[in-house]
Design a protein around this ligand. Structure first.
Ligand code: CMC
Length: 427
């Protein structure tokens, strides 16, 4: 790949161009400020590659996603969530022995410290589950001070296993507290998804057998959410990790970033939008019209993506899965019909076609979560459980890279020019 040349005034700077395995080539601008006194202005960082990475790859134009080179469709069909968690972190699919050992070591950590119960009980009953989750993940650092050094790979590895193992327990227990039901302890005879379902939906007074159709669907949802390049929350994890903060603090930052309605919070927002349209009898044509009106803040939640300019491949898989789960559970959800209708109208509307706005992963996931029985404000927490291996892998990749420096972007200052302080009595 030839170098790029930048001419500025009477100076010329040669900028090396790096190519990766697939995707856009990258101009290395690391000498730009030193040589030309310039910085780059890139709102939303849409043209900025923060570094090199090898965890997941997105081809937004073609609508493709892969983890460590494996297409998402193949992983969705064949892999368990813990298999994908292993793949993302260690770079290769595990052998049967490696997978068994990994599953066993995650299982060993599913319990949380008994006194953590008090943490959940300190929150108001109507606290948003994402706020509780971020606090609980942050709190984990206080229980495991011996394994916080981000530069000690062994410590990071054990913390990563603890995070993946304990998060479903923390999520389920915060839910049990909210609905005033007894906490259900993990049952390590189950697989990851079934164990979580049991902690969420069983009560000690009754037998509970996780429904295999539901467990399979939940496993699939977790696999589909496991990593997604340099999205907002993964960038937050990397940014915090770049200061050598511990993995729990860094992942807690990711959870806060994910909570926003433009990112993971969109899955809750989609369902609320569909419920609202259904309850008010608003036609999909009216919703689409409102979404196009620049004077109306309403957007079609679950549509559009910074990177995908085509169908989000995860949405394609979930659309099919939503049919299967609802059929298997015998649920006839009018919101699914509404979602299909909305998709149809939007995909044929010039505004959406011209802007390449397609349904994203959040468009259909909420319908499945709802069919399983999760309340809408827990949807983003489910996204967070799924994204854990991605955040952890991004953190590990960053800290293992000798080229990593603390993130410290610049800004084009457009505030007041330097001026003298005016004493209070003269203002
Ligand atoms: N409804 C109506 N118009 C939209 C929508 C939408 N959902 N999304 C984008 N647009 C319009 C936007 O108004 C703009 O129009 P114009 O060029 O006339 O000003 C154009 O499309 C480009 O949008 P943008 O906001 O500049 O694009 P972005 O890359 O900054 O934002 C996004 C991407 C995902 C934040 C945005 O599409 C959005 O707000 N979507 C709804 C929220 C959502 O579903 N988020 C989940 C994302 S997928 C899961 C995840 O990774 O978190």
């Amino acid at each position: 790949m030839p170098d790029a040349v930048l001419r500025y005034g009477d100076k010329e700077l040669t900028l090396p161009v790096h190519t990766g395995t697939h995707g856009d080539a990258a101009i290395d601008i690391s000498k730009l400020r030193a040589e030309l006194g310039l910085v780059t202005l890139d709102s939303g960082l849409g043209n900025t590659a923060e570094g090199e990475g090898s965890i997941s790859f997105i081809d937004g134009e073609a609508g493709l996603l892969s983890y460590r080179g494996y297409p998402i469709e193949q992983l969705a069909e064949h892999a368990s969530f813990l298999e994908v968690a292993y793949l993302l972190q260690y770079g290769e699919l595990p052998t049967p022995t490696e997978l068994e050992a990994y599953e066993e070591s995650v299982r060993r950590h599913t319990l949380i410290r008994e006194d953590m119960k008090h943490l959940f009980e300190a929150f108001p009953h109507n606290a948003h589950p994402m706020q509780i989750l971020a606090s609980a993940v942050s709190a984990l650092a206080t229980y495991y001070p011996d394994a916080l050094n981000p530069l000690d790979e062994e410590a990071v590895d054990i913390s990563a296993r603890r995070l993946i193992a304990k998060t479903p327990t923390m999520v389920a227990w915060s839910y049990k507290y909210r609905v005033s039901q007894p906490y259900i302890y993990p049952d390590n005879t189950h697989d990851y998804a079934s164990n979580f379902l049991k902690m969420m939906f069983s009560v000690p007074a009754e037998e509970y057998t996780p429904d295999p159709v539901v467990a399979k669907a939940l496993n699939l949802l977790l696999v589909l959410h496991a990593d997604h390049g340099q999205n907002c929350s993964s960038s937050a994890v990397r940014l915090v990790g770049s200061s050598h903060s511990n993995i729990f603090s860094s992942v807690a930052a990711g959870i806060h970033a994910l909570a926003g309605p433009l990112h993971g919070g969109a899955n809750q927002a989609v369902l609320e939008m569909l419920e609202d349209l259904h309850q008010n009898g608003t036609s999909v044509e009216t919703a689409v019209k409102r979404a196009k009106d620049k004077n109306d803040p309403f957007r079609l939640m679950g549509f559009g993506h910074r990177v995908y300019k085509n169908f989000d491949p995860r949405a394609r898989i979930l659309k099919k899965q939503a049919d299967e789960v609802l059929d298997a559970l015998g649920i006839d959800d009018p919101l699914l019909d509404l979602a299909r209708e909305l998709e149809e109208v939007a995909l044929n509307d010039d505004y959406f076609v011209e802007r390449k706005l397609y349904p994203n992963v959040d468009f259909y996931s909420g319908i499945i979560y709802r069919a399983i029985g999760f309340p809408a404000d827990m949807f983003t927490v489910l996204f967070a459980i799924g994204r854990l291996p991605g955040w952890i892998s991004q953190f590990r990749e960053l800290l293992a890279d000798p080229a990593t420096r603390i993130f410290r972007p610049r800004q084009l200052y457009v505030g007041p020019a330097t001026r003298d302080y005016v004493p209070l009595d003269q203002r």
